[in-house]
Design a protein around this ligand. Sequence first.
Ligand SMILES: [Zn+2]
Length: 64
Amino acid sequence: MPEGAATQTETVYVTEDVVACDGGEGPLGHPRVFLHLLNDEAVCPYCSRRFVRKPGVTRLESEH
Ligand SMILES: [Zn+2]
């Protein structure tokens, strides 16, 4: 990991309304938290990871 990349954020594409984040292994690891996507986006307060709803994936609803 290069030095000086302090504000590096990772964007994770998800298909769920709620995602769990534990930061993974290493220095960014943290207790598991559940994040609710608001406006198709959520940011983990621990590791600043950004969760975005995967484009093109729509919820399966009965439109018939
Ligand atoms: Zn996190």
